[in-house]
Write a protein that binds this ligand. Structure first.
Ligand code: DGJ
Length: 752
């Protein structure tokens, strides 16, 4: 790719952002409105594309310009507004001082910046060097009300994406209310797309759902106060025949962790408007004179080379230019978390025993989960009191961490900073610190209430409690949990006409606490969590480079969850652990090797007491950990390809390939065993066609006596049926249901 460029036409009305592979073109119309001309494969910068603004008479059309048939309804807008000839859902809606909601934003100036400015208080994609990106800021003004809107567009050298955000500034002398401020409005010239969303519920997050775009509105969103298990703030639009290896697709992602909406509206002329931003329902932001409102960032990614390529674009961007800190590029520690092993039933001695066995097996980090603080012996009390319970931990967290370190391991700790039980000292001291509507009965969720993180003093108090623990003990990891959706979203600290700001202010408070903690403790690895994957979103990756993917730790269930997650999120971000059998969520008995073969395509850890395993199982665990340590850089940071989907059949397969194409690992998983089954092969991806590869299974058995060529493996495939019905001796043991294998590929000949 070439360095990113922004070309401006001689008459200064057309702006063409390109990196040589991808172009995004916008154009200023004579009435000052910004229209969208193109987003997709790069086209030449010197040409004039304004002919794509087609204007002709249509029945029932409304026209703002007396002398022409120009109508905003039939024009692709960069930021659609409602009420003056555009009848689609608006990207921006303001209630002005006179009560009207009609806005007229006209381009008044623009700036071109090297690199990309940060968004204060919000997560955003960044550059390490200003040559990586160029940003166009279009400044539009609604003259009547002295309101300014800045639309920002960043194009990158190394990623086929445009990052966008919207900022409003009130230069008038009266307050206005922003009722809708979308981060992205993209009007596409047709609707021939399949909409792919990543939806589910607690325990089955980010399952892929496909539907064809139809006239009318289709959307995903959340009004639960967090991005949610139900819908993820990522949508992909693919052409009908696009698959993993070829075809056009675009991905829309909102870099935000609160209420969101991603919507496609297909009009009766089969044009599609995509909107992405904070959910407008329940939102209203007051702008006093001189005040600003900054939207979150939205990212649009594009490819014409299939869904794997689109995902790799997201992985590169989110893994390397959204995640931050010293852990961004480091292989992640193999951890043992005590939650499924003990729940609330532990003390210092039992924890040290679990950690001791983990250490013997090679685990590097012991994580103490929920239950270590205040009066927390179950989920009814203690939340909010971040002081170790002396009955369980007589030497405090500091004492425990010393013992864990003495074993030669790092220690990590669980917090749920945003929540409180009413049975807690924090609540008794500050009953008005929760979100609640006076005079109404508030809802609990898991017996807990939501602290009002829109208030600085609340965030300050939680920060102080956490720092006290972190300053005292030697910790290298924090699991930040969040176990309920937000109801009763009303703040004791805001006036009536600002109450609809509470949900966004809350998320800004969450980001603020994260930011303060990561600045103060830059060495600590943060893992975000919200009852599993209830806040697994791009926004969180800016603060916590990994996220607990789901509370469903069953390996077969995880195939779908991790496969769906991989469409946008890099493997280094996917928290995945081996847990006990029968599994605690679905009571399934998956063999230990398959549990590990799934978890290693993620951060890899153990969610059980290893003391409960038989000696031969412990030997397997030791081998799994040795394998992970040898291969985690490749597994977490290699180029990832999906090969066979759990949403479509009995076999799931995926692989990672090193950047230099000399190493690869294929994960192959068969859910149910069938008698006398057909032979099977799977076509690999991303290998060097002209190199030969040795192929070993994870038990170190050679796969074939000859080393297959890269093109052979990619076009003819890897035979996956041998050994399963006893034809070829490639493993020690045969399994029935829930079998899996890893194939390890190493290049043997020098590249041609
Ligand atoms: C939900 C998390 O997802 C679990 O891993 C565990 O930390 C529990 N909360 C603890 O309450």
């Amino acid at each position: 790719m070439m360095n990113p460029q922004i070309y401006i036409s001689a008459d200064e009305t057309t702006f063409h952002l390109t990196n040589g592979e991808f172009s995004y073109i916008l154009h200023c119309l004579p009435d000052g409105h910004l229209m969208h001309l193109w987003s997709g494969k790069a086209v030449r910068p010197e040409a004039d594309y304004t002919c794509f603004h087609e204007v002709f008479p249509r029945p029932m059309t409304s026209c703002p310009d007396a002398d022409s048939w120009y109508s905003r309804e039939h024009t692709a807008q960069e930021c659609g507004t409602f009420g003056s000839s555009d009848f689609r859902t608006p990207a921006i809606e303001i209630t002005h001082p006179d009560g009207s909601t009609l806005s007229d934003f006209q381009l008044t100036s623009w700036n071109i910046l090297d690199g990309k400015p940060a968004l204060p208080g919000l997560p955003a994609v960044y550059c390490e060097d200003s040559s990586e990106a160029k940003t166009l800021e279009c400044i539009l003004t609604d003259q009547k009300n002295s309101l300014e809107m800045v639309l920002s567009y960043t194009i990158f050298r190394d990623h086929n994406v445009i990052a966008r955000n919207t900022r409003l500034i009130n230069h008038g002398d009266a307050p206005v209310y922003a009722d809708t401020v979308q981060s992205l409005c993209l009007d596409l010239p047709d609707s021939d797309y399949v909409w792919m969303q990543f939806s589910g519920a607690w325990g089955r997050e980010r399952h892929l759902r496909n539907r064809t775009l139809e006239q009318g509105i289709q959307s995903v969103g959340s009004r639960r106060g967090h991005s949610s298990h139900n819908h993820n703030p990522v949508v992909i639009l693919r052409r009908e025949h696009t698959d993993e290896v070829q075809g056009e697709a675009l991905g829309i992602a909102l870099v935000y962790s609160g209420n969101f909406l991603i919507q496609a509206e297909v009009d009766t002329y089969d044009k599609t408007r995509i909107l992405a931003g904070i959910h407008p329902d329940g939102f209203r932001w007051k702008l006093e004179p001189g005040e600003q409102f900054q939207s979150p960032e939205a990212v649009m990614a594009w490819t014409d080379q299939g869904l794997n390529r689109l995902s790799q674009t997201f992985h590169g961007l989110f893994g390397r230019r959204l995640a931050r800190g010293c852990w961004r590029d480091r292989p992640r520690p193999i951890l043992n978390n005590n939650w499924e092993a003990t729940m609330f039933d532990f003390d210092e001695e039992s924890l040290v025993k679990i950690a001791g066995k983990a250490k013997e097996c090679g685990v590097e980090l012991f994580v103490l989960d929920d239950g270590w603080f205040g009066a927390r012996r179950n989920d009814k009390a203690g939340l909010g009191d971040w002081v170790a319970n002396p009955e369980l931990l007589p030497n405090g967290i500091a004492g425990l961490s010393k013992r864990i370190r003495g074993l030669g391991m790092e220690m990590g700790l669980w917090f749920e900073p945003e929540m409180v039980n009413k049975d807690s000292n924090l609540y008794r001291a500050h009953p008005d610190w929760i979100l609640e509507v006076p005079g109404r009965t508030g809802c609990h969720g898991r017996n807990q209430f939501v602290l009002d993180f829109s208030r600085k003093e609340v965030v300050d108090a939680v920060y102080d409690m956490m720092c006290h623990v972190l300053d005292d003990a030697d910790l290298s990891y924090i699991k930040w949990d969040m176990n309920r959706s937000i109801t009763d979203c009303w703040s004791h600290a805001l006036p009536a006409d600002r109450q609809k700001e509470t949900a966004h202010r809350y998320i800004l408070g969450v980001y603020d606490l994260y930011e303060r903690l990561i600045q103060r403790y830059p060495q600590i690895l943060f893992e975000s969590c919200a009852s599993g994957g209830g806040r697994f979103d791009p926004g969180m990756l800016y603060y916590a480079p990994q996220a607990w993917c789901s509370d469903d730790s069953d390996a077969v269930e995880r195939l779908s969850i991790q496969y769906g997650t991989s469409y946008a999120y890099p493997l280094s971000s996917i928290g995945a652990h081996v847990s006990e059998v029968p599994n605690q969520q679905v009571y399934r008995n998956v063999p230990l090797h398959t549990r590990a073969n799934v978890a290693c395509f993620g951060t890899h850890g153990y969610e059980l007491d290893l003391n409960s395993l038989a000696p031969e199982e412990l030997e397997q665990v030791r081998e799994q950990i040795r394998f992970m340590k040898d291969n985690r850089r490749l597994l977490q940071f290699g180029t990832f390809y999906r090969l066979s989907s759990p949403f479509e059949g009995n076999v799931t397969a995926w692989m990672v390939v090193s950047e230099d194409q000399t190493e690869a690992i294929v994960g192959w998983y068969r859910t149910l065993s069938h008698v006398n089954q057909p032979t099977s092969r799977i076509r690999l991806q991303g290998l060097h066609p002209d190199r030969q590869y040795t192929v070993m299974t994870e038990g170190r058995h050679p796969y074939r006596t000859h080393a297959p060529w890269g093109d052979e493996l990619m076009h003819m495939g890897l035979i996956t049926s041998d050994g399963l019905s006893g034809q070829v001796e490639t493993r020690d043991k045969y399994y029935g249901d829930f079998d899996s294998r890893l194939y390890l590929l190493r290049a043997v000949t020098p590249a041609a």
